[in-house]
Design a protein around this ligand. Structure first.
Ligand SMILES: Nc1nc2c(c(=O)[nH]1)N[C@H]1C(S)=C(S)[C@@H](COP(=O)(O)O)O[C@H]1N2
Ligand SMILES: [Mo]
Length: 539
């Protein structure tokens, strides 16, 4: 019984710590949730029908309880196994962790840290199991026959317990000589104390995770009830903007696939009714706007491609969305910035700051306070309820999420979060292009091959894209219809591939006739340059 208790207590400890890790790093990847989702996906239709017939709307709760029961049974077995045949109990926990990690990693739109909660849970459970099994009380003397007694006496010189090293009763945790072979063994009461402690710590960790998540659960519930007002100006996406090539980034990035970059360990939970934005600093009058006031203003749709300064050549830290928002220029006009101001320091509820040139926020581009993203309220991780979106500038100097404060200032008076950490004070997006297909490692056969990708230079525009095969001449690619100069544009090139190893290279030319530089620069301090290339094997 005690080895099984060790297993169950270890799993309670690991599961609790795993839930806390999930709350901190990847709430959607809680081991229970991902394993439950996997089972729902794998379940045959009759099983789903039966579950609904049996449990009604409590079918999901029933599933989680079911997973819990199976887990406890496996945990008990693992405890017994670890006591008898170490390290197989721990190995079993490793396998459970692997199942959780795989379930998490294979979900659609799995976050970057998807496997972390399961990994943390498994490691915690393994350590707890090792700790507890070592402390298992030494089994009291077995009723012994004269034969075993004689053997025992010979082997241990009467150490006080019945099992000898070669005895069938020797279960690894109950060696004859407690002092030498089980140096950590404790008595039953102390063992139960340790096991209870493990369960208690697991429960506290799980509770901590639950509390950490409470704010975001409340905000998610509120977000689900929000109906955004109709835009007073729409930004239709032309059908010809989407080439529809398999493997090519869609021209509008679905929210769930949109890259996420921020310094927030836990996503800030801001309730719209608590939200307001203050404009102050070098202004004639301070302006404050609440959520209700913002939603009552004429909101416009615009399509803008966001990009991160940390995006490597060919990287994925870029996405394009239809945003709904109100021009920042209109709000600044209410405040009346002073003539010598040249920068706006935006601040998020969690203290992140970005410094944006005032002129960019005052010109006629769609620099907005956004409340909607692709027809929905902003997702929490993309800045709910309100963020900035500014065409033409990298996110770190413009795209403040959970924004609550705009301080009109000067570049020589205030500095922003990343500027203080070695990044450039200004962050205009650089002329860039990327190859999406063929994918690396894709097997190709000689003949026509579609090469395709995206190119962007927000608020300047792309005039053409060219492709080079090996050291051949630069060939013009075909552009899809551009949505606007503020968005990326898809391109394609029909390549007559010959067998062998080839290098495909892409470059863009912007609306000013400037050709994308081949000069290689890293992301620090103001964004990477260089041409994206892909080596392919044609058979
Ligand atoms: N509050 C806050 N806003 C932020 C950041 C941040 O760390 N905190 N990161 C910025 C950076 S570096 C980028 S690239 C964009 C990314 O926006 P996304 O996560 O919606 O793609 O958000 C910007 N806004
Ligand atoms: Mo960024």
């Amino acid at each position: 019984m005690l080895p099984a208790t060790a297993g169950v207590a270890s799993v309670a400890f690991g599961a609790g710590v795993g839930e806390l890790a999930a709350a901190m790093f990847a709430p959607e990847s809680s081991p229970f949730v991902v394993v439950g989702s996997l089972l729902i996906d794998l379940a045959p239709p009759w099983a789903k029908d039966a579950a609904i017939a049996l449990f009604g709307t409590a079918d999901k709760a029933a599933l989680l309880v079911g997973i819990g029961i199976v887990l406890l049974a496996v945990a008990g077995a693992a405890g017994v196994l670890e006591a008898r045949r170490p390290p197989f109990g721990r190995l079993l926990f490793g396998v459970l962790g692997l199942v959780g990690a795989l379930a998490a990693a294979t979900r659609a739109n799995a976050p970057m840290l998807a496997i972390a909660p399961s990994a943390v849970a498994a490691i915690a459970a393994v350590l707890a199991l090792q700790f507890l099994v070592r402390r298992l009380p030494v089994t009291p003397a077995m009723p012994v026959t004269p034969v075993t007694r004689r053997r025992t006496d010979a082997a241990t010189r009467g150490a006080g317990t019945g099992a000898s090293p070669e005895s069938p009763f020797d279960s690894g945790n109950a060696p004859a000589d407690a002092g030498a072979d089980a140096p950590h063994a404790v008595d039953r009461r102390r063992f139960l104390g340790w096991a209870g402690g493990a369960v208690a710590v697991g429960a506290v960790a799980a509770l901590g995770g639950y509390v950490l998540q409470a704010g975001s659960r409340a905000v998610t519930a509120i977000r689900d009830t929000i109906a955004l007002p109709r835009p007073t100006a729409t930004a239709p996406v032309p059908a010809a903007a989407e080439l529809g090539i398999d493997g090519l980034a869609p021209v509008i990035t679905p929210n769930a696939q949109f890259y996420r970059i921020d310094t927030a360990l836990a996503v800030p939970a801001v309730e719209p009714s608590d939200w307001s934005l203050r404009i102050h600093g070098m202004v004639e009058r301070d302006v404050t706007i609440t959520w209700d006031e913002l939603l009552a203003l004429p909101l416009e749709e615009s399509v803008t491609t966001l990009a991160c300064v940390s995006n490597e050549v060919g990287g994925g830290l870029i996405g394009n969305a239809v945003w709904l928002g109100y021009p920042i220029r209109e709000l600044l006009a209410r405040a009346v910035p002073s003539a010598d101001a040249d920068m706006v320091l935006s601040r998020s509820v969690d203290g992140f700051t970005a410094s944006t040139p005032l002129a960019v926020l005052e010109d006629d581009r769609n620099a907005i306070l956004a409340v909607g993203m692709n027809g929905e309220p902003l997702p929490a991780e993309h800045g709910f309820p309100v963020r900035m979106v500014v065409p033409g500038l990298f996110g770190y100097v413009s795209a403040t999420k959970w924004v609550v404060d705009l301080e009109v200032s000067r570049f020589d008076r205030a500095t922003a979060f990343w500027t203080d950490r070695g990044w450039s004070e200004r962050g205009p997006i650089k002329l860039s292009s990327r190859i999406d297909v063929p994918r690396s490692g894709q097997s190709l056969t000689a003949g026509p091959v579609t090469v395709a990708g995206v190119a962007w230079h927000q608020h300047v525009g792309i005039e053409r894209v060219e492709v080079q095969v090996d050291d051949g001449p630069w060939q013009p690619a075909t552009l899809a219809t551009a949505i606007s100069i503020d968005t990326w544009v898809q391109w394609r090139y029909e390549w007559d591939a010959t067998s062998g190893t080839h290098t495909l290279r892409v470059r863009a030319v912007n609306a000013d006739g400037e050709v994308q530089t081949a000069e290689v620069q890293g992301v620090v301090p103001d964004g990477a340059t260089g041409l994206h290339e892909r080596s392919v094997e044609v058979r």
